[in-house]
Design a protein around this ligand. Sequence first.
Ligand code: C2O
Length: 508
Amino acid sequence: MDRINRRDFTITLAGSLGLLAPASRLPFLKTSRAQQKYTSVRRNVYCLNSYSPEIIAYKKAVEVMRARPTTDPTSWQAQANIHGAFSPDAAHGIVNVCPPATAANFVAPPGMIASVCRHDNFFLAWHRMYLYYFERIVRAASGDPSFALPYWGYSPTGPHNLPALFRTPNTTANPLWTDQRDPLINAGNDIAPPSNVDATNALSKSDFFTFQSTLSGVPHGAVHIATGDGCGWMSAFDTAGMDPIFWLHHANIDRLWDDWIAMGGGRVNPTSNTAWMSQSFSFYDETGATVSLRVDQILDAAAQLNYRYAPPTICPTRYRCFCIPLRPWLLDTLLIARIDSIVHRPPLPGPYLAAQLPEPTSLRTIAREIRLPLSAETRRRVSALPHDSQAGASFKLVLEDIRLVQRPGVAYEIYVNLPAGTKDTVYTSPHYIGTLDFFGSARPGAEPLRREFDLVHPFVRLQQMQRWQPDTIRITFVPRALVQGRSVGKALGQRPQATIGRMSVVIQ
Ligand code: C2O
């Protein structure tokens, strides 16, 4: 009787003080509330400080997990290895870290889940599951069952440097710090240029897979490379998960998926794609057991995984945290998305190759324009695009066989049909189609990369502005250094950054 009374009193007290702590922090409330679902809230790291419970818990967990042996599935290294690890193969030799280190430290023990990250059609789903189990492991390792992973809420109009908690103090005394980053990033310089932290272009896409692949480039890949400087942990699949900021970066990407759905206008998950919906992936839970989730079990984070994101605008202090810059052409895009969503689309025909540059192009320190002349048949198909019932179909630039010549130090903003004589380009221009980043197998000589850029939306808005030239597609690559305070020339030197083996424009 006594016990019950005390418990009731605690509930009342906690309630009247405005929820001092979430229920899960008060162990004696657990049984009585077992049936109630507690939705945890992932907050913007820019709104947190070193006294925030999730920061205290995260630091503790990083230390605890780093001390565990790699053979322990809940260790820091084992968790990073799930994303990418070196196979014990002499050909790899050197890990692309700064300074280079031998691969031995990064090899996954045999039989463990390793190197299974997905950056294809399962990019968002796989990383959502990965974070979900990681968050549970952090809860257990930190002893804080209410831990919610913060997100790195960078945006062009708000802060977009590495959060201070991850660089002060800038010594190993700070578990969130590592020297495996660009020194300027660790000094607090902004990620540059603003296009690399802007999700507007991705969010404007109404088709899920187009949205996903655009987001995978910017801000996702660009922020990876900017943080890692092409050789630090964040620069490559094999090492990215070792940097504590990785998980917050991915929480932000995961949040943008929720934001995209919330924008409506035809933005929906591809739930009729049964192969996609039924795909499952394996991870480790906080007990070290192998567990798996199917894509259809994670699409509604709040309902299925019990978490949601605090909007960045609720950030209470000095920062203007977030704002999608309103551009006139974004409105057109939204309109198109709405029209698309109510049109029944017949099955798509095979891809039509509208133009191709078969010889390799190299990308250097100066802007480069490529001209792709269009045949009469192509012109006809292009002009039919927005009025056609298949307008939701794809019209895209495909870059294949992209090979790095040196470790990535720049990204290239890509513009279509820039007016002749354009001196300066700003990515808020309607001619901007996306940014070529080099996140992936970031070692020169590694697997070539492939990137796609949507042309439907740029085409429609340029046509409406009467800026689309029907006979030629001109693609301009503009190099940008990734960190404020560094020039393209300093980042690249005389050698090219990369070569693009094949460039095509495809209509489907
Ligand atoms: Cu799987 Cu951000 O990488």
